[in-house]
Design a protein around this ligand. Structure first.
Ligand code: MN3
Length: 193
């Protein structure tokens, strides 16, 4: 079965003024769609793995027998699809705090402000395109780091909980080079925390 672009649970202008409607629409209908199209294209060539969970394929990338170029396609576009699917889900116009996660974050990082500071630094200092992540590692502990391009925490065997897209396509129309402003404003549309 082919992957399809998931519908957003809110209109493109719902995250205004922090993320503008035009950015949301292009990001969703062009960028995310392109990851899905390329993912489908590469999976067509490998009917044996086509039905497997994308998360599991990313976890076991090293052991998959595929042409190296196709493997790179799966890595970039499969993770691109998963990353964006999560990104749309964790954002919204209204806060829907995840109390359990909030408690865990406070336990791990001291305070929400400390957590945000560390996450912001990670997102801001990431050179070039990529994502800042809050993940749960193999030991069940929370961790913050950034990854380049569309690399997914699943590739490390970690579960992504919160991801912030710091590719320029995520913010350039409104913020241009001001990544710090985009990051600071993004907390207003992150539902969970
Ligand atoms: Mn993106």
């Amino acid at each position: 079965m082919k992957y399809q672009l998931p519908l957003l649970e809110y209109p493109y202008n719902a995250l205004e003024p922090y993320i503008d409607a035009q950015t949301m629409e292009i990001h969703h209908t062009k960028h995310h769609q392109a990851y899905i199209d390329n993912l489908n294209k590469v999976l067509e060539k490998y009917p044996k793995i086509e039905g497997q969970k994308l998360e599991d394929l990313l976890k076991s990338l090293n052991t998959l027998t595929m042409d190296e170029r196709d493997k790179k396609m799966l890595r970039n576009h499969g993770a691109g699809h998963l990353n964006h699917t999560l990104f749309w889900q964790i954002m919204g116009a209204k806060k829907e705090l995840d109390e359990k996660l909030v408690a865990e974050v406070i336990k791990e990082f001291g305070t929400i402000d400390e957590f945000k500071k560390l996450f912001n630094q990670t997102a801001l200092s990431h050179f070039g395109s990529g994502w800042a992540w809050l993940v749960r590692n193999k030991e069940g502990k929370l961790a913050i780091y950034s990854l380049p391009n569309q690399d997914s925490p699943y590739i490390n065997g970690h579960t992504p909980l919160i991801g912030l897209d710091v590719w320029e396509h995520a913010y350039y129309l409104k913020y241009q080079n001001r990544r710090a402003d985009y990051i600071a404003n993004w907390w207003n549309v992150l539902k969970l925390i």
